[in-house]
Design a protein around this ligand. Sequence first.
Ligand code: ZN
Length: 186
Amino acid sequence: MAIIPGMTDLTRPYWDAAPEGRLVVQQCRACVRAWHPPLPVCPHCNSADPGWREVAGTGTVYTYTVVRHPTHIALADQVPYVIAIVELTEGPRVVTGITGCDPGDVRAGMPVRVTFTAVSDDVTLPYFEPAVSPPGGRPPCRPPGKGGETPLSPPSPGEPAQIAGPWASRLPGWGRPLCRPRPDPI
Ligand code: ZN
């Protein structure tokens, strides 16, 4: 179960793109800067002529929190889950959820990529998941909205298995798997 967001004429292009597997943000036709969430005027130059552009759907976790107490009964079977601000490669930051790994393995600076989850006939929610598989393949992860552990297929031979880049030295915990099975409750 998921909370269905309210939609307006202003935000409709964002929600219309999601079922098509596209992530879009507003981009000013005057100053060509992009932002999120949608606004009626450009927050940089006040132009009243915002357009939309598709983005790559990649980015890094800017900050996050692990929600352990459900704030709504509809979310009772989903805790713990991660609410994060992801900084897109193109610059704008989006509030989203991190799926595809144990909440305890999320880190600021972690590379992520968008994934789309249909929650009704009309609504698809963009989430983000780890963009890089850990050494030794992807261990079992818990998909959103499911209570059990579901094995994921191992990475293909050509898929990168080691995190590299400037964030690696800042995250000493990266040597361990991104996802790990949750221990049985005592
Ligand atoms: Zn502008």
